[in-house]
Design a protein. Structure first.
Length: 551
């Protein structure tokens, strides 16, 4: 075996600020003091970390469980998982995949076999040892899971080749496999949790904290993991995740001291925060860090297995009926916040594609053609239900009104934000407003677009259920090689097909900001175990391992 983890192409400064920061970036290892501006300007001198204290984190939603192989997580689920578990691989400040729980990851010449060697003396929060046998059991649970099995479907065989080393053989070349191990697929849980029928509510990980109590939809209480493997960490004694769906409420609670840290992203929340930061007295109470890396994209996605959205003409008509300039004005987007596909313009793999621009006459023509088609003859209207999380999207009512003017009747249904992913994976929707697809490398998104993850009557990680060979083969070709030129060509094929087939109506790129009390330091990722600077934030989430309170 040869080729260390660093084979992973360094994604470059732009995407490099993508991962943790994927929301957020810059100033990786530094802590910002009281009165920091939204641009992250530090106005106080850093001090040495002080151990102790109790941190309250304002969370957008309650996770549906704590098992990466059995639960589908949104941002809030990932934030909690970052406290309970550590990943096998993490992303550095420059966008490289680096070992975390792993000491090394190596591959053979054609990327059909990988070896993961764990760091010595790792223990789970229950005291059990994390060794090769435990990792094999986790990998097998990962690949057999309905949730994580589709992303890991190339794992053909997993076996121990030493006390701390596991070999994974693949059914086809996979040059970017470390990307899988940097996300939900890399959070190793103990065999005791995997074997426990109630394991989704009894987390046993190697992370800095362990669960003390879970009051569903109210509070998740964590305490320091007595077996944590990084010396001197974590700094705080306990973390409470308090569930508060409304971002403006979370801002107010950080201001009045009943919360210490939170993350916000909705445009109206950001405008509220900007107003607060314009007041010197209020700004002195807060630290704000802007997430400037690769962000999630918000979009309306269409279930291509349901009429009328199974017809590309209807999806294209919706795009032509959408006045994005009006939407941007209402929502407060800037031109560079417009999403134009799952890959951000800063990525070396981005290829500009032409999406339908506002043209209501073209929309009406496509709808007339669709209704005149013999396969739908007798239908006199285009109607469907659009689901949107109850945290609210300012532009939803405007979309509905714009579409109504061309003959599209879209009814809006509000849902709890934590149910959005569940409805998406089971295909229980016509159209849905969602926020997803931040990625340190586009291969992280593979399972959302390929044909092989579509399950007609079950869990489908290809949410739109669009079967398209250009998209699927492009994603497969891109992951089979580390050659940037080959990968760019493959991803260009994907982006072209997405623009033509319109399974997604792309809106804006999410901007996350991390807000904390002026006494909180390092509310972001700071270092990796090897001493490298970590990417500070990823899609509004980060590890609390090195967060401390200046009490």
């Amino acid at each position: 075996m040869h080729g260390r983890l660093h084979w992973a192409r360094r994604i470059g400064a732009t995407l490099g600020l993508v991962a943790v920061c994927a929301s957020s970036l810059t100033g990786c290892g530094s802590s910002m003091g009281a009165g920091s501006t939204p641009d992250g300007v530090q106005v106080t001198k850093p001090t040495l970390p002080k151990p102790g204290g109790h941190l309250v984190f304002g969370l957008e939603s309650d996770p549906n469980g704590f098992d990466p192989t059995r639960n589908a997580w949104d941002n809030s689920g990932i934030q909690v998982a970052n406290a309970l578990y550590d990943p096998l691989v993490a992303v550095s400040a420059d966008g490289a995949f680096e070992p975390y729980l792993a000491e090394s990851i190596t591959h053979n010449g054609d990327f059909t076999a990988w070896r993961t060697t764990l760091r010595p003396n790792l223990r789970f929060s229950n005291g059990d040892v994390l060794d090769a046998n435990a990792l094999v059991e986790y990998f097998n649970a990962l690949r057999l899971s309905a949730i994580t099995g589709p992303p890991a479907q190339l794992l053909a065989d997993v076996h121990a080749v030493g006390d701390l080393t596991v070999e994974t053989t693949l059914s086809r070349p996979w040059a970017s496999l470390p990307a899988l191990l940097s996300g939900q697929g890399g959070y190793v849980v103990a065999p005791a949790q995997l074997r426990d029928p109630n394991g989704t509510s009894v987390p046993v990980g190697t992370g800095p904290f362990t669960l003390s109590r879970w009051q569903q939809d109210k509070r998740i209480e964590l305490v320091r993991n007595p077996h944590y493997w990084r010396p001197g960490l974590p700094y705080v004694d306990a973390v409470d995740f308090e569930i508060e769906p409304l971002g403006n409420e979370r801002i107010d609670k950080v201001l009045d001291g009943t919360m210490d840290v939170s993350a916000i992203s909705a445009p109206w929340e950001l405008r509220n925060l900007d107003g607060i930061m314009s007041s010197p007295a209020k700004a002195a109470k807060l630290t704000v860090e802007r997430d400037s890396g690769d962000a999630e994209k918000s979009f309306v996605m269409f279930n291509t297995q349901r009429r009328p959205l199974d017809d590309v003409r209807v999806r294209q008509a919706i795009a032509y009926a959408t006045d994005m300039k009006a939407i941007a004005t209402i929502s407060g987007w800037t031109a560079d916040q417009r999403a134009v596909g799952p890959i951000s313009p800063e990525s070396p793999y981005f290829t500009p594609e032409t999406y339908p621009e506002y043209n209501p006459d073209k929309a009406r023509a496509l709808l007339r053609e669709y209704l005149a088609d013999t396969s739908v003859r007798g239908r006199r209207e285009i109607s469907f239900t659009m689901i949107t999380p109850d945290v609210g999207f300012e532009y939803v009512s405007t979309l509905v009104e714009q579409w109504r003017k061309v003959g599209i009747d879209a009814k809006v249904q509000l849902i709890d934000v934590k149910n959005a992913v569940r409805l998406a994976v089971f295909g229980q929707y016509d159209a849905m407003v969602l926020r997803y697809f931040a990625a340190p490398d586009p291969d992280v998104l593979w399972h959302f677009f390929v044909n092989s993850t579509i399950v007609d009557d079950g869990i489908s990680l290809n949410f739109t259920r669009l079967r398209n060979d250009d998209i699927s083969e492009g994603m497969n070709d891109a992951r089979s090689t580390p050659d940037p030129a080959v990968r760019k060509k493959a991803y260009a094929r994907v982006q072209e097909a997405l623009a033509e087939q319109m399974p997604y109506l792309w809106m804006d790129r999410t901007e996350w900001r991390i807000i904390s009390s002026s006494s909180v330091r390092n509310a972001h990722n700071v270092t990796l175990p090897g001493g490298q600077s970590a990417m500070p934030v990823f899609a509004g989430t980060f590890r609390l391992t090195e967060t401390w309170i200046d009490h």
